[in-house]
Write a protein that binds this ligand. Structure first.
Ligand code: IFM
Length: 472
């Protein structure tokens, strides 16, 4: 992949494109985004878009079980059909290509490609071969995440991520995928957002499999990270030319007041969201502060685990969405105290682009061996509607522009950020919020499966076209 962040191309956009009235998206002339080696793409995940939940030998995942459980997902929505991408993938690849997006981040569904005994399901594998092959033909870089939360239900039935054996089963799955798909994948990510899998899945039960126990969360996290560490050398052996990394969602905390208690609350929030994952990866240890936050929940760690987890990576994927304001809970933890009068999205999340810049700079200062970074997700949900065939998602356009400016500031401060993926290519199944929350730059009418390109997508496409034209 041609993507050397050190080579700065001095390209200036034509004056007319920077007029905020006619083009509210195009970055300013001095933005790093004008470098043609800064990768701009979009992301999705298997369970959120594929549908075809029982087709071609796909086994049930924990999200099929969870979403079928009354009261777990808004309006009782499930991923059974989703965006029907399993059948409409050609149309979706054409959309990506038509927009001129340079990279696509997708995930593969473990229950689609392996049976209960670990044998390959060739029908499922063929789907990904066709999809990735077409993306390659179109010249689109492929970022493949192996685990975006759809654990096979039969593994959950044996303890899921609480069972150390699941980490070894994950390494087998990584082995199969990298043997079958090598040459079609530019970058492999082992896990998407282990914080969500461990904390929301096993700590507070908001996500599948819906367990709520603090001790479970730390043990699940350890096995997830172990799975990651076991998979990295396997991916490297089977597909040495691709990049290997992990995708982490990171959170910015801000104290609700200047009091020492609230300042400590904000620190602990970031320990829980960021250091819990990044310290093991880049320092080979869990943060000491976790003990203060969750006394008595230390996971069982076997000799050698931390070295396995800290295997060197080619990249770190960062997913960033919002900032949280925190106060002390009066004991050793924190509580969320929402700020008044700030801009929010359909999710209720605060729009705070500076948080992305500040976190990126902070990570560079904290971790001496931090690899190059891709922003693997950033975006927002809005209640978008098609009116006369058009979707005017003005808040999203402004959101994207401001977050890309924050990325540019981080690059100028010395952080090696090599690309940015919009979340998401299309509206999709937003987990516990079902289909109500719309994150796409392409609108989905779920009744007809019609895709409508939103204004934000048109402007991103226009920018990419202008950038390419200038690079000729
Ligand atoms: O939709 C999710 C995605 O699956 C993981 N990162 C956050 C997104 C928005 O909530």
């Amino acid at each position: 992949m041609e993507n050397d962040a050190s080579a700065v191309i001095d390209a200036k956009p034509p004056q007319s494109l920077t007029d905020p009235l006619t083009d509210p998206f195009t970055p300013p002339a001095d933005s790093s985004l004008w470098r043609t080696n800064f990768l701009l793409g979009a992301a999705t995940a298997s369970y959120q878009i594929e549908g075809a939940a029982t087709e071609d030998g796909r086994l049930p995942s924990i999200w099929d079980t969870f979403s079928a459980t009354p009261g777990k997902v808004l309006a009782g929505d499930t991923g059974a059909l989703a965006c029907d991408h399993y059948h409409r993938w050609e149309e979706d690849v054409n959309l990506l290509a038509g927009l001129g997006l340079e990279a696509y981040r997708l995930s593969t569904a473990w229950p689609r490609v392996m049976d209960e005994n670990g044998a390959p399901n060739h029908k499922g594998l063929d789907f990904y071969k066709r999809l990735l092959g077409r993306l390659k033909e179109k010249g689109i870089s492929t970022f493949v995440t192996l685990y975006h939360w759809d654990l096979p239900q039969h593994l959950e039935d044996r303890g899921g991520w609480l069972n150390r054996d699941t980490a070894y089963r994950f390494a087998d799955y990584a082995d199969l995928m990298s043997r079958e798909l090598h040459g079609l994948v530019d970058a492999w990510a082992t896990l998407n957002e282990p914080w969500c899998s461990a904390y929301l899945g096993y700590g507070n039960g908001h996500h599948a499999p819906g367990l709520a126990n603090g001790r479970f969360a730390t043990q699940a996290m350890h096995h997830l990270l172990l799975a990651h560490g076991l998979a990295i050398p396997v991916l490297h052996a089977n597909d040495p030319r691709s990049l290997k990394g992990l995708v982490a969602n990171v959170g910015r905390g801000t104290p609700n007041s200047e009091s020492a208690g609230d300042r400590r609350a904000a620190e602990l929030y970031e320990v829980q969201h960021n250091a819990w994952i990044l310290d093991p990866l880049f320092k080979g240890e869990y943060p000491q502060d976790l003990v203060e936050l969750w006394p008595g929940t230390e996971p069982l760690v076997l000799e050698g685990d931390m070295q396995t987890i800290a295997a060197p990576l080619d990249f770190l994927g960062i997913n960033y969405y919002f900032r949280t304001s925190l106060a002390s809970d009066g004991a050793h933890g924190f509580r969320d105290v929402p700020l008044e009068g700030v801009e929010r999205t359909q999710m209720g999340w605060e729009v705070y682009p500076d948080g992305l810049r500040d976190l990126l700079i902070g990570f560079k200062e904290t971790y001496a061996n931090l690899p190059p970074i891709y922003i693997t997700e950033n975006g927002m949900a809005s209640n978008d509607e098609v009116v006369d065939g058009r979707v005017e998602d003005t808040q999203r356009i402004s959101f994207l522009k401001r977050h890309l400016a924050a990325v540019d500031q981080a690059i100028k401060a010395g952080v090696d950020v090599r690309g940015y993926f919009l979340w998401s290519l299309m509206d999709n199944f937003e987990w516990a919020f079902g289909y109500e929350r719309r994150f796409g730059i392409v609108h989905i009418d779920y009744a007809t499966q019609k895709r409508t390109i939103k204004r934000s997508a048109e402007l991103v496409a226009k920018f990419l076209k202008d950038r390419n034209a200038r690079a000729q």
